[in-house]
Ligand binder design. Sequence first.
Ligand SMILES: *Cc1c(COP(=O)(O)O)cnc(C)c1O
Length: 337
Amino acid sequence: MVTKSMGDGQQPRATLGSYPTPLEPMPRLARAIGLGADDLWVKRDDLIGLGGGGNKVRKLEWTCGTALADGATVLVTTGAPQSNHARLTAAAGARLGIDVVLVLSGGPESSEGGNLTLDGLFGARVVWAGEGGKEELASTARHVVGTLRDRGAVPALIPFGGSSVLGARGYVEAGQELLTQTPDLACVVVALGSGGTMAGLVEALGPERVLGVHCGALDDPARVVSDLAFGLSGTHCPPESLRIRHDQVGDGYPVLTEASMTALTLAARTEGMVLDPIYTGRAMAGLTAAVASGEITPGRRTVFLHSGGLPGLFGHREALARAAEELAVDGDPLRAS
Ligand SMILES: *Cc1c(COP(=O)(O)O)cnc(C)c1O
């Protein structure tokens, strides 16, 4: 059900998710990584309701609300071929009844399945930008916007990852929602991609209660989060004050790390919870490393933000192959595990 209302600060918004998202205990996972059974809870923003779920929904409520108020007839956004943000922008456009054009890096051979399948299902059109990196992605998006305008449409460009100051408001609200659910929150652990999710949480909870796990999508994640947090509050939040782990990037953003695969397997086998190889797998690996190093300690309430990404698992060749290997039995399917 779509409702359009004026949010605080007179910003229009489109309601796209169902709130509050659940907060669930994860006792078996907690014990497996060295915490007490009641120490670890998971904030299920993967179960937010729209289009396969994930953190981009909260940001899109603000960016799409403004686009609609500005009279937009088509949403344009950019991303990697398996972008969760692109998929959820496609779903938001469907829900709101306006067209969506996704400008994705690479070409038709770059990737298949997963988010791309859903992009098509939601009726979005894809423009491939080639391998020229962020510059080419941005210039192709500008060209698409210009062409749409020439044809009489009213395009709205939704920022990369939805991470503008406006979009990050969605995670200020999520932080407040989380505090209502668990006032004794000591730390929330979150994957850091384009930065808006961490920035919003920092604004709501303070920098000392938010641990971001850098996934390799930005050159200077602390600077980006710091700038977005400043835009939200007008108060300076220096990059040095932010808690960011840089140890989970591995060979780069799209490449599966061993630690992420281990985390995926552990979450699946202790709690029946699915993580994704790029973001939430890295974030869970970062949480595990933080417990091992004593940065996160037992006896205090830690929340893992499940920011979604499940469709990305089905678009990641290596992760799919690794999961399939687990089914290859050595002659005795009933072997003790
Ligand atoms: C985009 C994304 C993130 C990172 O959020 P940002 O606000 O871009 O930092 C984390 N998890 C998933 C599943 C995502 O799609």
